[in-house]
Design a protein around this ligand. Structure first.
Ligand code: FES
Length: 111
């Protein structure tokens, strides 16, 4: 990985519905996962206001793809799915110290 190389962006909906339904915790998981995998400086993490998809929430947009029904328990699977393609696969393997990897695929992505 080159210094200052960008691997993309994550936008976490912090509107009241998504926030209350889990994104308050999911954003902490994202920050922790990025730090553990050395990607904090390479992935832009930001919050957004409600995007009008509350019924499908919690919503997170990663590299332009809209993920719906994202829960703190499933965010690691999504991060691995998105960032294993960015290079440095050894950095983004599922973390065996995290208990969230067996939560299954309850989230969806809208292309
Ligand atoms: S609060 Fe997230 S889409 Fe409305």
């Amino acid at each position: 990985m080159k210094p200052n190389q960008s691997f993309g962006s994550i936008v976490v909906c912090m509107g009241s519905s998504c926030y209350a339904r889990g994104n308050i915790y999911t954003v902490e998981h994202i920050q922790s996962w990025l730090a553990r995998h050395g990607l904090s400086a390479s992935v832009e993490l930001s919050g957004s206001l409600c995007g009008g998809r509350c019924k499908e929430g919690p919503v997170i947009i990663i590299n332009g793809k809209v993920y719906t029904n994202v829960m703190p328990e499933t965010i690691e699977d999504i991060l691995v799915h998105e960032f294993e393609k960015a290079g440095d696969p050894e950095l983004v393997q599922p973390d065996s110290t995290c208990s969230n990897t067996s939560a299954g695929d309850s989230w969806r992505v809208d292309p």
